[in-house]
Write a new protein. Structure first.
Length: 325
C-alpha cells in the first residue's frame, strides 16, 4: 500500500479537484489519499470532506493551522502504507506516477525519484512527459551530490517515494523554508541506493508568488538559514568533501537575509547578530577554498558590499528631499 499525503491550506477548490482527480486515476490501485486540512476556511474544509464521501480511498484529517510541516507530520502518523508519497494540493501528477516510482523503489532501493514538469499557466517544460526514459542508480554519496547540485532531483518531497520504515525523523515544524531538504537529507542517511527516473511524472504549479523572490524580511524566512545549518551538519557527517559547497549556500542565504534586514530597516537584533555570526564564520573559508569558482566569490563579495551602498544612496536621496522640502 502507498500512502499519499496531501496537505491543504485554503487551496483553490479547482486546484484541489485537479490534484485529487490525478491521484484517483492512477494506474496502480493499492493506495490511500490522506487529505490533511491545516486550518482552512470552512468552504475548503467542507470540500475536502465532500471528496472523501465520494471515494473510500480518501481520508480527511482536520487540524488548526500549524503549518505545512505539521500537516505532513500528521499524515505520517496516520499513514497505513508501506511507502509514503507527498503531493501538494495545488499540483498534479501523471497517471503512472505511483506505478513507475513503485517499480523503481522495488529494485532494491530505499528511495525512488522522478523528474518534474514546472507549469507556468499555458507554458510548461512538458517534454519527456509519459516517456519511458532511462533509470539512473545512485549510491548514498551520489544521492547527496545530486541533492546539492541537481535541479531535477533537488531536496523536494513531492518527486520522491519513501519507505516508511526508514523515516526516522519527522519534519521540523520550526522551519518554514527548505524544511523538506532537511527531511530528505536526514532520510538519505538510511539508504544504500536510490533510483532516478528521467520522466516528468509530477506537475509543479508555478504561480510566481514566492517570499524568497522578494526583498521582505520576517522571522519565517530567517529559518531558511537555520535549515541550511542543519544541512551542513548532515553533509559534514555523510559527505564532508562537499561541505564547503553547502557552507557557500548557507553564506549566500545569510548575506541575502542581511540585505533584506538592512534595506527593510528591521529591528530584531538577536536574529541580526545570528546572521552576522553565520557570515563571519563562513566567509573566509568559502573565499579561500579552491573548490569555489572565482565568479561565485565575486558574487559573494558584491552581495556583501551591496546593502550598505544601497542604504547610503537611499539616505542621500531622502536627505535631498528633506532639504528641498
Amino acid at each position: 500500500m502507498i500512502s499519499i499525503i496531501v496537505p491543504v491550506y485554503n487551496t483553490p477548490k479547482d486546484y484541489i479537484q485537479k490534484c485529487i482527480s490525478s491521484l484517483l486515476t492512477q494506474t496502480y490501485s493499492s493506495y490511500e489519499i490522506l487529505l490533511v486540512d491545516d486550518g482552512s476556511n470552512e468552504d475548503v474544509a467542507d470540500y475536502c470532506d465532500e471528496l472523501s464521501h465520494k471515494d473510500l480511498r480518501i481520508r480527511v484529517y482536520h487540524q488548526k493551522n500549524r503549518g505545512v510541516s505539521s500537516a505532513r507530520n500528521l499524515g505520517l502518523e496516520v499513514a497505513e502504507g508501506e511507502y509514503i508519497a507527498f503531493v501538494d494540493a495545488d499540483d498534479w501528477v501523471e497517471p503512472d506516477y505511483i506505478e513507475k516510482l513503485l517499480s523503481a523503489i522495488e529494485m532494491n532501493a530505499e528511495m525512488a525519484i522522478c523528474n518534474i514538469c514546472y507549469d507556468y499557466g499555458k507554458d510548461s517544460n512538458s517534454d519527456l512527459i509519459g516517456s519511458n526514459l532511462k533509470k539512473v542508480e545512485y549510491n548514498k554519496s551520489e544521492v547527496y551530490k545530486e541533492l546539492l547540485y541537481s535541479k531535477e532531483i533537488g531536496g523536494f518531497l513531492w518527486n520522491k517515494l519513501f519507505k516508511k520504515k526508514f523515516i526516522t525523523k519527522r519534519l521540523d515544524e520550526s522551519l518554514h523554508y527548505s524544511e523538506d531538504y532537511v527531511f530528505v537529507a536526514e532520510y538519505c542517511r538510511q539508504i544504500t541506493k536510490a533510483i532516478y527516473l528521467d520522466s516528468k511524472l509530477y506537475h509543479y504549479r508555478q504561480d510566481g508568488n514566492s517570499a524568497t523572490k522578494e526583498l521582505s524580511y520576517n522571522s519565517r524566512i530567517y529559518t531558511l538559514m537555520e535549515s541550511y545549518k542543519n544541512i551542513e551538519r548532515i553533509y559534514l557527517e555523510e559527505l564532508p568533501a562537499e561541505e564547503v559547497f553547502v557552507q557557500k549556500n548557507t553564506l549566500k542565504i545569510a548575506l541575502n537575509l542581511r540585505a533584506r534586514y538592512l534595506i527593510g530597516r528591521v529591528n530584531n537584533k538577536e536574529e541580526y547578530l545570528q546572521i552576522i555570526k553565520t557570515i563571519k564564520s563562513r566567509i573566509i573559508l568559502v573565499l579561500k577554498s579552491s573548490k569555489i569558482p572565482f565568479f561565485t566569490k565575486l558574487n559573494i563579495i558584491g552581495t556583501l558590499l551591496l546593502p550598505r551602498t544601497m542604504l547610503k544612496t537611499k539616505n542621500k536621496v531622502l536627505g535631498r528631499k528633506k532639504k528641498s522640502g
